[in-house]
Design a protein around this ligand. Structure first.
Ligand code: NAD
Length: 476
């Protein structure tokens, strides 16, 4: 169970000031706990401490960084069920999904523990012209320095882990502002970090009101801003970030193409699309939103998808049999319900779903949604999937690209040349052949192009961003 009130962490230590924020159970809407909230002075203290920790973090030997990460892995394993319950309550995730996120948290930290002792450099051949005869070059990667992290509500543990674990592996101190809607998970992680031998000031985890969050973005002592969240906020923050490096992991309206040769395996395809569209009530940046199915199998796939949507059990996420939890709050569900109504007014057909009770939105399948309707062109971020038939494979690729987003795309096909064409031509960060765009493991490079972001996460790739190449030239 949750405790009554959680401290924030400044310079590795818990602190309980008077000011706090309520945290609600996303199913019942009741306030279930409170978290201490950092004011401008605490944010300044955290940044100053991170600056002081820059040298000690850089000097922390790779094996010592690895030991810190391994300690976290052990403690997360021991506390897995407690963490899952916290996620279930504060994010409204069905327990099954919450446990899956804790498993991924552990995998992310394990991957970072391995990377912590890897980081080698290169030996360069500099003798590219006669004037460089006798010169040799070497590189090493050095930590960028203090980092700023801002994270969203939808994976409040694992998306925090995608910044925190690589930062420890890279040797960077950090200040983190978790989502004010789901701050408990990050504070539980901070409890574990506080047990480790990280140098003083290496980490601060600060739920912060928006009016005090400016320094996380604008302070030049912070050398990298890594933001995961919505498109609008992300690009706005980048414009304010000054000289620091910026990594943006933003939204999407992911598409999945089902090619004509899939007719014999539509049960598998429908299972995967239902999982990709309705997992976490569709609140994933790579949730399947648009399905482009070849016209020869469109009707059969539609029937199977509708059946799977109807089979989901919406309800209290704490109930083990629940497979569809609420959206993060009622306004989010109302927004999506409104988009469904607007699309229907313009000719869309609801094949199943569309109903709403508070923050719970039924798993919804639609067809004939106009491509410029918000439900298609914007990020739905809910349990909604749109079906569209296509005749020609090129037309399907064109429609996948006809989006201002570009995170991941899925393609079900047995045709290798089509798979390679999709990989070459789709404007996305990753193409998943044989599965939905929602596939992710925590070591793969992950991120978007166009409106979906800038840079890549995935432990090794995040470490690249959190380090700079430093060159040594030797003349013999
Ligand atoms: P959000 O943009 O509303 O909030 C994200 C974080 O930014 C929160 O901590 C929030 O408090 C903070 N924030 C909001 N406005 C701010 C401002 N003006 N200044 C500073 N900080 C501010 O996003 P959300 O609703 O929490 O999360 C959902 C979004 O995140 C979706 O768009 C989803 O696609 C995206 N997302 C992307 C990825 C990815 O890896 N690409 C992963 C998960 C979620």
């Amino acid at each position: 169970m949750l405790t009554e009130r959680y401290p924030y962490y400044v310079a590795n230590r818990p602190r309980q000031p008077n000011a706090d924020l309520p945290v609600t159970d996303k199913y019942s809407g009741e306030v279930v706990t409170r978290v201490a909230v950092a004011d401008a002075a605490a944010v300044e203290e955290a940044i100053a401490a991170a600056v002081r920790a820059t040298g000690p973090m850089r000097k922390l030997a790779p094996y010592a960084r690895q030991q810190v990460l391994e300690h976290c892995v052990r403690r997360f394993q021991e506390r897995a069920e407690e963490f899952a319950l916290a996620l279930c309550i504060e994010a409204g995730k069905p327990l099954r999904d919450a446990r899956a996120e804790v498993t991924r948290l552990i995998e992310t930290f394990k991957a970072a523990a391995e990377e912590a002792v890897r980081g080698g450099g290169e030996v360069l051949n500099l003798e590219v012209s006669s004037r460089a005869a006798g010169y040799r070059g070497f590189t090493q990667r050095v930590p960028v320095g203090p980092c700023s992290f801002i994270t969203p509500f939808n994976f409040p543990l694992n998306l925090v882990a995608h910044k925190v674990a690589p930062a420890i592996a890279a040797g960077c101190p950090f200040v983190l502002k978790p989502s004010d809607r789901t701050p408990v998970s990050a504070l539980l992680m901070a409890e574990v970090l506080a047990e480790t031998a990280l140098p003083e000031g290496a980490f601060s985890v600060l739920p912060t009101r928006l009016e005090d969050v400016g320094p996380f973005i604008e302070d030049d002592r912070l050398k990298l801003l890594s933001f995961t969240g919505s498109e609008k906020v992300g690009w706005d923050l980048k414009a304010r970030a000054g000289r620091k490096k910026v990594v943006l992991e933003l939204g999407g309206n992911a598409a999945c193409v089902v090619d004509a040769d899939q007719a014999g395996r539509l049960d598998f395809v429908a299972d995967r699309i239902a999982q990709g569209a309705f997992f976490q009530a569709g609140q994933s940046c790579i949730s399947v939103q648009r399905v482009l199915a070849h016209e020869s199998l469109y009707d059969a796939l539609r029937e199977k998808l509708v059946a799977r949507a109807k089979a989901l059990r919406a309800g209290n996420p704490r109930d083990e049999s629940t497979t569809l939890g609420p959206l993060i709050d009622e306004p989010a569900a109302r927004r999506l319900e409104g988009w469904i109504h607007l699309a229907v007014e313009r000719g869309a057909r609801v094949l199943t779903g569309g109903g709403r009770r508070g923050a719970l939105l039924d798993a919804t399948v639609l067809e004939d949604v106009p491509e410029d309707a918000a439900l298609c062109a914007e990020e739905a971020f809910g349990p909604v999937v749109l079906l569209q038939p296509f005749r020609d494979f090129d037309e399907a690729l064109h429609r996948v690209n006809d989006s201002r987003y570009g995170l991941q795309a899925g393609l079900f096909t047995q045709d290798l040349s089509r798979a390679m064409r999709a990989w070459d031509e789709l404007e996305v960060g990753g193409v998943v052949v044989g599965d939905v765009p929602s596939f992710r493991v925590d070591t793969m490079p992950y991120g978007g192009v166009k409106g979906s972001g800038l840079g890549r996460e995935g432990v090794k790739y995040a470490i690249e961003d959190m380090t700079e190449v430093r060159l040594l030239v030797l003349r013999q």
